[in-house]
Design a protein around this ligand. Structure first.
Ligand code: CUA
Length: 346
């Protein structure tokens, strides 16, 4: 028995590759993708998007001209039987040509450099005056984000709340290694560098939840160092601030009270975490005073549900291998009690 390749199989392969390419390109343009920087929702991101599209159009013109010249040359100067074995005219040492193809790319690069440098300086200078900016301090940790509001006296983790339309000035610092703050739909990346405080500004045009991500490799859980930016109307933001300023809710049930005892005792959570107004004043892990009100756990990795919180407390190393969260062995009942306590901290 013998196999014969079908005559049109190469056509089939080309078709498959083309369809895959169209599918990939198409999926890259889906606007609902939460980290799609092409769907800019803030001035900082929009400026970067404009710069990139401007350069993309210039590159498209260069591409068409260069490839057009190439195809023209291939056809026009192809080898013909009438040429015999004679060499075509040689252009080595043609000064005019060499000057032309040195100058042309230099001019193209000037067109790329001018808007790029303008944008760099614009984004690096203080934000355009838009009223009173909101100051936040962003501190990167392996592998979570600390957000402090120095003027409001509150702090949160992995979830930055900001009012829509108001400019945010972020001071970026790190507790350990280099990280990079990136909210693709709101702002370009800025690094958090040890002993080198950085500053950047951004705003958001529409309320919603925007995804952020550490954009500088920082160790085992770099990819899981995520966060959310919750953009709210000014009144929603104010009531969020008020709720964060309130002292933690006291445990409402026996189970939650038992959880609080474990937190402050056997489970030793207090040694790394802060719960305002209690003996828990640890600064190693996120402040948990209002953890019950947050959207996610473990730096944006898990939705904040009782089941996920139980998993995270019981097996942090299986959720995020390498995580600095260390918990002594606990029974399922003890985990339940801790979950009841923490979920109540709204
Ligand atoms: Cu922090 Cu990557």
């Amino acid at each position: 028995m013998s196999f014969r390749l079908r005559r049109h199989s190469s056509k089939g392969i080309v078709k498959t590759i083309l369809s895959l390419a169209v599918l990939l390109l198409g999926s890259a343009c889906v606007s609902s993708e939460p980290q799609n920087w092409l769907v800019a929702s803030g001035d900082n991101a929009a400026i970067l998007k404009d710069l990139t599209t401007t350069i993309l159009y210039m590159a498209a013109v260069v591409f068409v001209v260069v490839e057009g010249a190439l195809i023209y040359a291939i056809i026009r100067f192809r080898r013909r039987p009438s040429n015999g074995e004679a060499l075509p005219p040689q252009i080595h040492g043609n000064s005019r040509l060499e000057i032309a193809w040195t100058l042309a790319p230099a001019i193209v690069l000037i067109f790329v450099a001018v808007p790029t440098i303008q944008t760099l300086f614009y984004l690096a200078s203080p934000p355009p005056a838009q009223g009173d900016p909101l100051r936040v301090k962003v501190i990167g940790h392996q592998w979570w984000w600390e957000f402090q509001y120095p003027d409001l006296g509150i702090a949160t983790a992995n979830e930055l709340h900001i009012p829509v339309g108001r400019t945010v000035v972020a001071d970026l610092d790190t507790a350990d290694v280099i990280h990079s703050f990136w909210v693709p739909r709101l702002a370009g990346k800025t690094d958090l560098i040890p002993n080198h405080p950085n500053r950047m500004w951004f705003n958001a045009k529409e309320p919603g939840v925007y995804y952020g991500q550490c954009a500088e490799f920082c160790g085992a859980q770099h990819a899981q160092m995520r966060f959310r930016v919750v953009v709210q109307t000014p009144s929603e933001f104010q009531s969020w601030v008020d709720s964060q300023k309130r002292p933690p809710v006291p445990p409402a049930s026996d189970l939650a009270r038992q959880g609080e005892e474990l937190f402050m005792g056997k489970a030793a959570c207090f040694s790394c975490h802060t719960v305002d107004g209690t003996k828990a004043q640890g600064k190693v892990g996120p402040n948990l005073t209002h953890i019950g009100s947050r959207l996610t756990l473990a730096a944006g990795v898990l939705d904040n549900t009782p089941e996920n919180l139980a998993t995270w407390i019981k097996e942090p190393q299986s959720v995020k291998p390498g995580s600095k969260m260390v918990v002594p062995a606990l029974t399922d009942d003890e985990v339940k009690a801790l979950v009841a306590y923490l979920q109540g901290l709204k």
